[in-house]
Design a protein around this ligand. Structure first.
Ligand SMILES: [Zn+2]
Length: 80
């Protein structure tokens, strides 16, 4: 009887610890993803000519579209 209760206690302890770690990890990962998107958002460009979306981290004002080779100017207020 004591052995069963002991193993049950161990199982409960492990389950609780694992779920706690999982929840903590999920919160951390969600924060990381949010941070990643907010910091990388300015690297995303949408071509005004062919509407092609691409990433250019080297330029901040004017970028060249890799598809149609036209130049795109960064606008602060972009139209969705
Ligand atoms: Zn283009």
């Amino acid at each position: 009887m004591i052995k069963i209760e002991f193993s049950l206690a161990i199982a409960l302890y492990i389950a609780l610890t694992v779920s706690l770690v999982l929840i903590f990890w999920m919160i951390l990962e969600r924060k990381k993803v949010k941070k990643f998107f907010s910091s990388e958002d300015r690297f995303f460009w949408q071509c005004n000519i062919c509407t092609y979306v691409y990433v250019d981290s080297r330029h901040s004002v004017i970028s060249q579209c890799p598809r149609c080779r036209s130049y795109n100017k960064k606008e602060e207020a972009q139209h969705a």
